[in-house]
Ligand binder design. Structure first.
Ligand SMILES: Nc1ncnc2c1ncn2[C@@H]1O[C@H](COP(=O)(O)OP(=O)(O)OP(=O)(O)O)[C@@H](O)[C@H]1O
Ligand SMILES: [Mg+2]
Length: 562
């Protein structure tokens, strides 16, 4: 290689490289352009997306618009009207601040910008083909700006190949508009696809109305309001009740100072705040606005601004916990509502079948509703050594004793830890065991977390660990296998106390009130009583119901009495 091989890259190449980080798919173009429209003070933003954004994207607004001079500057790298001094970075009030989006977008396809500021003699139209300025001419348009991008990644085959199907890309574009629409209910948004049908979110006065436009009015009625304030941190939002959750964060929308984020750190704080009231591993529908004081958040830590750094994350965590506590959804029982079939039909079907049983009836629909477990219910027996039967008013309650026990142990572990009163049980003779070195490393990596649950261990020689004390919940005969499982699972686990508590409670339940053990009436009553007082007692920490209610009316129907 010759000595002169180091070169400064051409501007157009720099833009393409920058676009690699900012514009990874069509929805990123939508995001950047919509954010620019918001920063321009628009009240109406219209988005058109063809072929999932792969063929064409257009975003038009009625904002301030630009003069020809400004428009020409705007397409240069590092040209921005939004910040000018170093201090401005500490208190960013606009969506944009880097001056990177427009040149990046213009470098990855056929770019057309049309704008008019309401003062200049005419509007300006700028055309750029894959980063090369091709034309600047006057044009007519109302005040505001429209930017379009066609043939995205046309000259970048590797990136083009990386794009997903039309529907997948479209769903990302829609999600982007939905997310932005949630941050600004006061603005009218429209998004049109190939078919020409527009999804319209008219300007409304509050978040709740905007959520209704997105998810439907029925959904909104079920949402609970989240609210709290702590030392300058304010939380507002809506959340679905604990019986109404999803397996993914598909309906999670988190905003920090008006900016949508998808931040693993914040998600961890949310999971932790929900852990005592919501089933573990399930996600409620959530629209959460977090407002932090100026300087409390760094938005300049991620190429597409999806992640942020919050200085007082612990304060946010306690504000969130308080908001969740105030929800007041302590108990809700899963009620099995049998289908409202005409009585004869049910009766007839049961009679027709030679193996008539409840199992042959149409599957009951599950309806989660808030129903306090009433005082004065009575244990009437145990079924299959697994379920406790109770009479509560005219309802028959069925409690899964294993799930109930797991919830109770989980709650105790979490609250002991939170109150710093984790009871560790020192071992008279420390247990030394051999493990794979990767397993030892993952145990050591979480040593503080484990210690907060009473499990103390240290490295012993190169390939062994020495356990000196254990959580009292783990029966001694299971300790060895518990540590082995823990060591192999830890590597995959998130750094969450709930994960550890979940594992300990699962093992604690292995030996005691495991499914299949006969219980005395007193034991059953105590278990039910503990469950009644347990936070989120309606579900085990894995999200399965602990208690199911069947109404007398439904039982009567089974017997053709109604
Ligand atoms: N829709 C618009 N209406 C009015 N001005 C706009 C619009 N879009 C862009 N601009 C102007 O062009 C400038 C450059 O836009 P660009 O998106 O490239 O950078 P930015 O928004 O300042 O920062 P970022 O790269 O973080 O988005 C903006 O600062 C703004 O002054
Ligand atoms: Mg921008």
């Amino acid at each position: 290689m010759s000595r002169s091989s180091v070169k400064i890259l051409q501007e157009s190449l720099i833009n393409v490289i920058a676009a690699g980080e900012v514009i990874e798919r069509p929805s990123a173009v939508v995001k950047e352009l919509v954010e620019n429209a918001l920063d321009a003070g628009s009240s109406r933003i219209t988005v058109t997306v063809e072929d999932g954004g792969r063929r064409h994207i257009n975003v038009s607004d009625d904002g301030t618009g630009m003069s020809e001079q400004d428009a020409l500057l705007a397409i240069e790298r590092h040209a921005t009207s939004k910040i000018s001094a170093m201090e401005d970075l500490n208190d960013i009030k606009t969506m944009g601040f880097r001056g990177e989006a427009l040149p990046s977008i213009a470098s990855v396809g056929q770019f057309v910008l049309k704008t008019w500021d309401g003062f200049s003699d005419s509007g300006t139209c700028i055309r750029i083909n894959n980063g090369t300025l091709s034309r600047v001419e006057p044009c007519g348009r109302p005040r505001g700006t429209s930017v379009s991008l066609s043939s995205i990644f046309g000259t970048l085959p590797a990136r083009k190949k990386y794009m997903k199907s039309r529907d997948t890309e479209m769903s990302w574009c829609l999600r982007t508009v939905e997310e932005t629409a949630l941050t600004r209910p006061d603005i009218h948004f429209e998004i049109t696809d190939d078919s020409g049908t527009a999804l319209v979110y008219p300007a409304v006065t509050g978040m709740k109305e905007r959520i209704a436009a997105l998810w439907g009015a029925d959904e909104v009625h079920r949402l609970l309001e989240l609210r709290s304030e702590k030392e300058g941190i304010r939380i507002e939002g809506f959340i679905s009740p604990p019986g109404d959750t999803y397996t993914r964060r598909s309906r999670h929308h988190v905003m920090v100072n008006g900016r949508t984020v998808r931040d693993p750190g914040i998600n961890r704080v949310i999971s932790s705040a929900l852990s005592m009231s919501y089933p573990h591993g399930r996600y409620p529908a959530l629209v959460l606005s977090i407002f932090l004081p100026p300087g409390g958040v760094d938005v300049n830590v991620h190429p597409s601004k999806k992640e942020v750094r919050i200085e007082q994350i612990n304060l946010l965590s306690s504000a969130l916990k308080e908001a969740v506590k105030n929800l007041g959804t302590r108990t809700s029982v899963t009620r099995y509502a049998f289908p409202r079939t005409p009585q004869l039909d049910v009766y007839q079907r049961a009679a027709d079948s030679t193996t008539a049983s409840v199992g042959n009836l149409p599957l009951p629909s599950v309806d989660n509703l808030s129903l306090p477990i009433e005082e004065g219910e009575r244990v009437i027996g145990q079924y299959q050594g697994t379920y406790i039967l109770l009479q509560s008013g005219s309802d028959l309650l069925i409690v899964d004793q294993h799930a109930a026990h797991e919830r109770i142990v989980f709650n105790n572990l979490m609250s002991s830890r939170m109150e710093n009163r984790s009871m560790s049980q020192p071992l008279m003779v420390p247990m030394v065991m051999e493990l794979a070195s990767s397993e030892i490393k993952s145990l050591l990596g979480k040593v503080d977390l484990l210690e907060s649950f009473g499990l103390e261990l240290e490295e012993f020689g190169g390939s062994e660990v020495r356990v000196t004390s254990t959580p009292p919940e783990i029966p001694s005969e299971l300790l060895h296998t518990f540590i082995r499982t823990l060591a192999s699972d830890l590597g995959e686990m998130e750094d969450l106390p709930e994960e550890i508590a979940l594992l300990i409670s699962r093992w604690a339940c292995k030996s005691s009130i495991t499914a299949g053990r006969r219980l005395t009436e007193e034991e059953m009553a105590t278990l039910v009583d503990d469950l009644r007082h347990a936070e989120a007692g309606f579900a085990c920490p894995h999200g399965r119901p602990t208690i199911v209610a069947i109404a007398l009316e439904d039982i009567e129907k089974l017997f053709g009495r109604r």
